[in-house]
Write a protein that binds this ligand. Structure first.
Ligand code: SAJ
Length: 403
């Protein structure tokens, strides 16, 4: 039986997937409300195919609890934020999960950590706990998740995976567990390599997005069309530039690369600058809004609306969202008043938030496309007559402004 610890964006789909593939699973989370919701048969976030997977898992007998279970395998998928000041990983939730597992784990159990951690975290923070408890019989493995919000269920099935373990046979055992549902290749390696690969994958993407964002700033400076330039460059067989945007959100690409900056501050220079470039984008867009307002004779910021609160298209996840970053910055500059709308965010989370597209559009003269949800791509015509700042290059209307 597998006890999945932490039933958030990664833990829940992983638990459901294992259960739907005939692995006996108990999902544990210390959040009572969350467990109550899951026990009532309701999912806690939206993802393509998640509801159906939940149905299958329920039929296969998955159960949810706030208690840690006594079993032979644990999968830990709790959050690993970073300390904003030191930039180092905050492994507090992982450490507390390991402490609780140690109390109930039988001899020889395997603890698999899926949470993203910086290279060396298991050696520095996890192993000492196990040793201090006199539990050298317990095995540790690291199987970092790789699924992308918006396409999680598909990617759980198809992505290649990495499993790091001290002993080959433990690595193979965990590989077999994931192979119950995963059709991708599963590589077995050592723990530190597995830790590093995960952080490096997200850092690769962060640095490449930063390059696109820097190009956007250069092009804005001299009034060049960054999208046309990227399109032409990408016709070269060895050039694959990503797209600039209003910032980088999510709990991965905007966070993990900082672990390397925090641990190797005098070496990780390109990464440090890239992260700063990405973090500067919401302010860059805010300045662009002011610039366009001036150009078009608009003086009232309350007549400007931000389309999108989620951190990217077609998800309801707002973690580190560029729109939230921008609203924070705008409040700092005492310029509050921007209106906001996102079809995926049903709750009221910010001031001046709308829940109906027409009402939102009727209340503004200028719309800033922060997120390229399908809704606005399909309803681009509703923007006719508005001043539009399209930060995602998806609105094909005359006179649209870009970053
Ligand atoms: N973004 C751009 N320009 C681009 C691509 C993305 O500005 O060309 C922005 C997005 O709008 C978003 C942010 O970057 O704000 C991140 O979005 P994303 O779709 O690139 O990635 P995430 O954060 O949703 O998921 C990433 C994935 N990692 C990689 O692609 C290397 C996913 O596979 C990981 O599982 C996930 O991080 C994670 O949990 O680590």
């Amino acid at each position: 039986m597998v006890n999945v610890i932490g039933l958030g964006y990664i833990g829940l789909p992983t638990a459901l997937m294992l259960s739907a593939h005939n692995v006996k699973v108990i999902g544990t989370d210390r959040n009572r409300e969350l467990v109550k919701t899951l026990r009532a048969g309701k999912t806690t976030f939206k993802e393509d195919g998640l509801e159906e997977l939940f149905e299958n898992a329920l039929q296969a007998g998955i159960t949810f609890s706030t208690e840690y279970q006594t079993t032979d395998t644990y999968i830990v998928s709790v959050p690993t934020p970073y300390d904003k000041f030191s930039k180092k990983v905050n492994a507090g939730y992982v450490i507390s999960a390991i402490k609780d597992i140690i109390k109930v784990a039988p001899e020889g159990a395997v603890i698999v950590i899926e949470s993203t951690i910086s290279p060396g975290t298991i050696d520095k923070s996890v192993r000492p706990l196990i040793d201090a408890a006199g539990r050298k019989d317990l095995h540790i493995a690291h199987a970092p998740e790789r699924i992308i919000p918006g396409n999680m269920v598909y990617e759980l099935f198809h992505n290649n995976r990495t499993v790091g373990a001290d002993k080959r046979e433990i690595g193979e055992k965990i590989k077999a567990l994931y192979a119950s549902f995963c059709q991708g290749e599963i590589v077995v390696t050592d723990i530190k390599t597995a830790e590093m690969t995960k952080v490096v994958e997200n850092t690769f993407r962060a640095v490449n997005i930063a390059f696109a964002n820097e190009l956007a700033k250069i092009c804005r400076h001299d009034n060049m069309d960054v999208y046309e330039i990227i399109r032409i460059c990408n016709m070269h067989p060895r050039v694959h530039i990503l797209q600039p945007g209003p910032g980088v959100g999510g709990h991965c690409i905007s966070v993990d690369p900082w672990f390397l900056v925090g641990d190797y501050p005098s070496i990780a220079k390109v990464i440090d600058e890239s992260m700063k470039t990405n973090d500067s984008m919401p302010d860059f867009v805010l300045n662009r809004i002011y610039e366009i307002m001036k150009e078009r004779g608009l003086t009232d910021l309350t007549r400007v609306g931000l389309y999108g609160l989620a951190y990217k298209e077609n998800v309801d996840d707002m973690r580190e969202s560029p729109t939230l970053q921008m609203l924070e910055s705008q409040e700092k500059h005492l310029a509050a008043g921007l209106k906001v709308y996102d079809p995926f965010i049903e709750k009221d989370v910010v001031k001046n938030q709308y829940h109906d597209l027409d009402e939102f559009l009727n209340s503004v003269d200028m719309v800033v496309i922060m997120v390229k949800h399908d809704e606005i791509r399909e309803k681009a015509d509703t923007l006719i007559g508005k001043i539009v700042l399209d930060c995602q290059n998806v609105i094909d209307l005359p006179g649209v402004f870009h970053i």
